[in-house]
Write a protein that binds this ligand. Sequence first.
Ligand code: HEM
Length: 343
Amino acid sequence: MARLLFATSSVLLLQAALGFMPASKLAPAPRTAARTSVPSRSGLRMAATAEEYKACYVDLLETVDKANCAPIVVRLAWHDAGTFNKANADKPFPDRGGANGSIRFDPELAHGANAGLGLALKLLEPVKKRHPNVGWADLMQAASAAGIEATGGPRIPMRYGRKDAAGPEDCPKEGNLPGANIPGQQTGPFPDGTPTPADHLRKVFHRMGLSDQDIVALSGAHTLGRAYKDRSGLGKESTKFTEGDAAPRGDGAKGYGRKGGQPWTEKWLKFDNSYFATMYDPNADPELLKLDTDLCIFGDEGFRPHSMKYKDDQDAFFKDYCVSHAKLSELGVEWEVPGGVTF
Ligand code: HEM
């Protein structure tokens, strides 16, 4: 019953945030966390208030913008949440997986799919120190939402108050995230036995309870960032978009963090719908990356209506992206404050 109430209020919140419903029709959502103690590795910490979550989010907007690190924190939050298994939704961690901050512990950070994400944790550590009452699971998800907004994307209707994984014993087994290939390089089925990229994406994302539309909308996050040889092993060492005077930010300001890697889009520090136009265009600059799983969002009949819509209509992409991103950020979440906290 509690789960049903929570799911209903989640949908109402999203609908209101996206303008489908007058705010007056909203079920009253708790805006401020009760000032209770919650367990943490180092003993007890106070549950954060709505004001503290807001201050942390504002800090993250600035931090992410200064460090040009939106892509890696978006990837961190997705890899934390993307271990969710809806078949185990009623089981405790680690069986359930989800957005619980377990990726900060070594067993999970060491998974092959998470190569390089230790750097994202290092970037967030000073923010955690400045906002000690905000838990790790919330901090990661807040950083990702701030990364989308700081690079020109929409403000995502987020809720906070996630229960943190307590220790390494809460880390899920390896192998929950999607695999990736460069077109033409895959010789057999994916390791999970699926024969095509579209089948593979469906198997992985449907396990999380996400839909075909969520798959396509969330793939649009590859408008940000790049693949690195020394992390995923995919893509080029470097391109004209990731070295020298490259200016990938949307506002034209200089700076992009470390050199190298291969991006999906020219302006890979700008959140927009250019990913869809690039994946669709057979004559796109060959220095831009297209994974098998990126291309199948146009190749597969079920995915295509969504990818065509997002290619042609950035507002539609932003609207659907907000819904899918918020869903992803809440996978497997156990709320410390029933219904979560908004600001
Ligand atoms: C659809 C299946 C997906 C596959 C196969 C996939 C695969 C990959 C790969 C191989 C990389 C390169 C990692 C590296 O070398 O550092 C990457 C990076 C990235 N992914 Fe995905 N991904 C998928 C979905 C997603 C989703 C759902 C999101 C977020 C909502 C996302 C966000 C990102 C971002 C932002 C980067 C860039 C990271 C950086 O520049 O440091 N991806 N992805």
